[in-house]
Design a protein around this ligand. Sequence first.
Ligand code: NAP
Ligand code: G4F
Length: 339
Amino acid sequence: MSKSAMLTGANGQDGSYLAEFLLEKGYRVYGLIRRSSTVTTERIAHLIGRPDFELITGDVTDATGVHRVIQRLRPDEVYNLAAQSHVGDSFDVPSATFEVNAVGVLNLLETIRTESPHTRFYQASTSELFGNSPPPQDENTPFIPRSPYAVAKLAAHNLVHIYREGYGVFACAGILFNHESERRGEEFVTRKITKYLARLAVAMENNGGNPPHDWTKLALGNLDAKRDWSFVGDMVRGMWLMLQQDQPDDFVLASGESHSVREFLELAFKSLGVDYRDFVRIDPKFFRPAEVNYLCGDATKARQVLGWSPRVSFEELITRMVESDVARERDSHGLRCAS
Ligand code: NAP
Ligand code: G4F
């Protein structure tokens, strides 16, 4: 019989990749997504209608709903990817962030403990937990959270340990460093850059190879922050591997390479043959009240225990994102011109 998995945040960046990965492995996949007044299933539109993929309306902050769904499905695995995942925004909506990122996790763990103790649980922990602990960061590096987002994620991380050690729930925490793709939310810095670059590339194509004279600059915040960026496809393989082990545990997943936002800009703009400094302006609005300066992960444990390592390089990731956004921009430009 095929295994079943329930994914929260199934329509997010990671959820869409994980759903594809699990379906390919023969799982029956249930995606929990919250009600919205607009369509939020763009990333998983190609999966909707498959007999082995079912969407269920639910919200992780709704304890009774979570209880009802898990009690009905009793899935083999639950992957909790639901979150208010934007660190900057968490300073503006701290209570809502805490509710989803911490209390939501408690709702899931408590239901698994009482209603479905055989279910294996994956929690999306984050390198944001480390704050400004010096790199390289691994599973033993102290957590010094620097945002409401990270504080909530730390509460959730600690709950995973309590349910694992106190109640014997097979609960794992993946401490994942930044991971991106062409499905990354447009308000995160990498996608914000590649989307802008795509608009610029197409505008130049239609303007004799030059940028239009009234072209608007891209407004960004701190260009000196360093991140350890990977491709999401590599990360979802690691999530799954964690739940296939004999014992539940925590694992860092990271590339082990760190780059500043400025380096990302340099490389991305180079592909267009232009200098990012002519197109970027700094806007204080995008600086955070407290910043995480330097993240660089050490994934030795994941390599040794899970046999996991990333396959897509930083350069390949940028190329993939730029090419995808350029293709999309060309399509929508063509449509705009045709109408
Ligand atoms: P994402 O694209 O923002 O997806 C988050 C998902 O959570 C969305 O589908 C969102 O639904 C859903 N969600 C939000 N609140 C919810 C609620 N109350 N109930 C149910 N669903 C809710 O984030 P991601 O990049 O895929 O990240 C997945 C997880 O990994 C998150 O927990 C994030 O914090 C964590 N993480 C991400 C990274 C990274 O670099 N990507 C690194 C470390 C950890 P809507 O579409 O309705 O908003
Ligand atoms: O792309 P970001 O918003 O990602 P951030 O804050 O690193 O968080 C992401 O990765 C975490 C894992 O470490 C996840 F837990 C979290 O859910 C999320 O997926 O910002 C990256 C860096 C920051 O230092 C930020 O200050 O880019 C800097 N930045 C500079 N200008 C900007 C901008 N970030 C955003 N979003 N927008 C800007 O205009």
